[in-house]
Ligand binder design. Structure first.
Ligand code: ATP
Length: 320
């Protein structure tokens, strides 16, 4: 794609999309079709990618890192494999229109970090293009197109706090009172989601006694979330993928320990990792934990975030 073909012809729409953390991630046994049944509780956090879609002579995507927090842009394909490109193609098919748009992604969510960064970009591209084309797209159909793009994409559209079942794409919004304060520790290298699931299958096959494939619903967590009390929620954070992520990146044990030593209520690997997420008692505690964790040298970078926040939301940009 030559830069000229990305030249913007006219108007554009910008959408802000959050990262996610899984407060609970229960992974069922490997199914015959290669997938696992999941029971998960997602929360959208105040760490965002911005996705702008503008009319252009041809379809293309550019990516800009911001704040030094995104992983290397080279990790992200800028061809048809980019999830934002897949999203606009899928919406083009739905609307029977040629998606000649330039997509710009401002990346702050770590790549291959277990925070659904690619899914966020797909969700952002869908919502932005639907607005640019002024489509009359029912919410249910938007979520169906999103589910076709990836298990986490419907949640990136929806945001908030939600229970996900199936592959994680069947969502039920949840009541979560109050605001939770998190510290996020970004790792130096990413982890591939399929590699982490494969490692879990291997651990379960080799150590059936230690790694249960039973997948119960997180009833106690659901109850605790209605209380809004971080002290009640913290001990209930659970991630079946954590042993697999720790097996592939053993250094994450030190990161998790350092966060709790620094004063976090609990720490967990986010999704398939390797980002570690620490739940703190309040905003002040999160700032203190982040400062101490930064100094401990156990992560590439550290920042605070809060949740829940809204899903993909149109930004008011001057001139749009
Ligand atoms: P999840 O939490 O949903 O399992 P993740 O956050 O661990 O995913 P992503 O950042 O979504 O991982 O990226 C996984 C891979 O997807 C990347 O290594 C990259 O090759 C590919 N990818 C495609 N499009 C994008 C995009 N727009 N942003 C990031 N990665 C993308």
């Amino acid at each position: 794609m030559s830069p000229a073909s990305l030249t913007v012809i006219s108007d554009s729409v910008s959408v802000r999309v959050p990262a996610k953390v899984n407060l609970h991630l229960g992974v069922g046994p490997l199914r015959d079709d290669g997938y696992h049944d999941l029971v998960t509780v997602y929360q959208a956090l105040s760490l965002y990618d911005d996705v702008t879609v503008a009319r252009a002579a041809a379809l293309g995507v550019t990516l800009r890192r911001e704040g030094g927090r995104g992983a290397d842009a080279a990790d992200v394909p800028l061809d048809d494999d980019n999830l934002a490109i897949k999203a606009v193609r899928a919406l083009g098919t739905w609307a029977d229109r040629d998606p000649r748009v330039a997509i710009e992604i401002v990346k702050r969510i770590p790549v291959a970090g277990g925070m659904a960064g690619g899914s966020a970009d797909a969700a952002g591209a869908l919502v932005a293009l639907a607005a640019l084309w002024k489509l009359d797209l029912p919410r249910a159909e938007l979520l169906e197109i999103a589910a076709g793009l990836g298990s986490d994409v419907p949640f990136s559209v929806q945001g908030g706090t939600a229970m996900g079942t199936g592959r994680g794409e069947q969502l039920m919004p949840m009541i979560a009172r109050g605001e939770l304060h998190w510290v996020l520790a970004f790792a130096r290298d990413g982890l591939s989601t399929p590699a982490v699931f494969a490692e879990l299958d291997r651990l379960r096959a080799d150590h059936a006694d230690a790694f249960d494939a039973h997948n119960p619903r997180p009833d106690a967590l659901v109850q605790a979330l209605t209380s809004g009390q971080p002290k009640q929620i913290a001990p209930l954070l659970h991630n079946d993928l954590q042993p697999a992520a720790l097996s592939l990146q053993p250094g994450l044990r030190r990161t998790l320990r350092a966060g709790v030593d620094a004063g976090a209520l609990n720490g967990i690997v986010s999704g398939s990792g390797p980002t570690c997420a620490f739940l703190c008692a309040d905003a002040d505690a999160a700032v203190a934990v982040a400062a101490e964790l930064s100094g401990a040298g156990v992560a590439r970078s550290v920042r605070t975030a809060s949740g829940p926040v809204s899903g993909a939301t149109r930004r008011q940009v001057p001139g749009q």
